[in-house]
Design a binder for this molecule. Structure first.
Ligand code: NAP
Length: 272
């Protein structure tokens, strides 16, 4: 399908919705093929001023757009679907960006046979470096998945996963940027503890993070191999690694991601 042939409505254009709008525009999606909806008039004005996008009410979006990208918070999804669900013709494609919500949540509130695709993206979409995982609901075909990919590929990498893996994806890549920011923040603090000016510590760690990320992506090496290359016998790195292990950093990450996965499940249960 040619880019921008379909009208896409971003329903509930908050942080993630805006990031999707701006990404589609950067990729050349025509602005006249985009719609947005917002709850507050001030937000609507902001979106139009920033992107020139037409902001309409939810029912107009349902009527005019071929693709409905739902980006409200999971806890707001049921109210939204009470409003629009019965009005969605089953030939529209519904793309959910909501963390935790299974496609069955939407299917129950949409006319029979409406295709739903579940997507989990992340905030590096702002710099076209997102990781987006895409899953088909019961009535979504290969063509629907391809259309979702067409929309998210310009924002970064995409991967197809079975829907059963989406809560784990949410824990890993959906929330993932926050873990890296926390690590960077802590390492900058460590630099300050060691007497470096904040700006210098910031520069050192941010560039180290970028360099390490590019190595991870481009070398094809396992992270253990890359770490071993920096870990010489009786050297400085192994002294740091010992402290990380002693303080349970690995166990903390396992527990943290499990907690994020469980929270995704809780949000889905609460949204019902
Ligand atoms: N933030 C992330 O990193 C991230 C990553 C992956 C996935 N997600 C998922 O993306 C979704 C949105 O998250 P977010 O961080 O973008 O939240 P957000 O900034 O609160 O955006 C949601 C927007 O939807 C609007 N809204 C709520 N109900 C509406 C309705 N009935 N009609 C029209 N607009 C409505 C809200 O309006 P108000 O401004 O009036 O509240 C808000 O602007 C969530 O389901 C989340 O799980 C987020």
């Amino acid at each position: 399908m040619a880019p921008g042939r379909h009208t896409v409505a971003v329903i509930g254009a908050g942080k993630i919705g805006e990031l999707m709008l701006s990404g589609l525009l950067r990729s050349g999606w025509p602005v006249e093929r985009l719609l947005a909806t917002a709850r507050r008039p001030a937000r609507a004005e902001e979106l139009t001023a920033r992107y020139g996008v037409r902001v309409v009410d939810n029912l107009t979006a349902v009527e005019e757009a071929a693709v409905l990208a739902i980006s409200v918070k999971p806890q707001d999804a049921a109210t939204l679907l009470d409003e629009i669900g019965p009005k969605v013709p089953p030939d529209k494609l519904v793309i959910s960006l909501c963390a935790g919500l299974p496609t069955t949540f939407f299917a129950r509130r949409l006319p029979d046979g409406t295709p739903v695709v579940r997507v989990m993206t992340n905030t590096p979409a702002l710099v076209d470096q997102a990781m987006t995982a895409i899953s088909a609901g019961a009535h979504a075909t290969g063509a629907h998945l391809a259309l979702a990919e067409e929309m998210f590929t310009p924002l970064g990498a995409t991967i197809r996963v079975p829907e059963s893996q989406q809560d784990a994806v949410t824990a890993l890549s959906g929330s993932g940027p926050a873990y890296f920011y926390l690590l960077v923040e802590a390492m900058i603090d460590a630099g300050i503890l060691l007497g470096l000016p904040r700006q210098v510590a910031h520069e050192l760690i941010v560039q180290t993070a970028i360099g390490s990320a590019v190595m991870l992506r481009d070398s094809g090496e396992h992270p253990v191999k890359l770490r071993e290359a920096v870990t010489s016998p009786a050297g400085t790195t192994i002294s740091a690694v010992r402290e990380l292990e002693k303080h349970g950093v690995r166990a903390a990450l396992l527990a943290a991601l499990e907690a994020a996965r469980d929270r995704a499940r809780e949000l889905a249960a609460q949204a019902e």
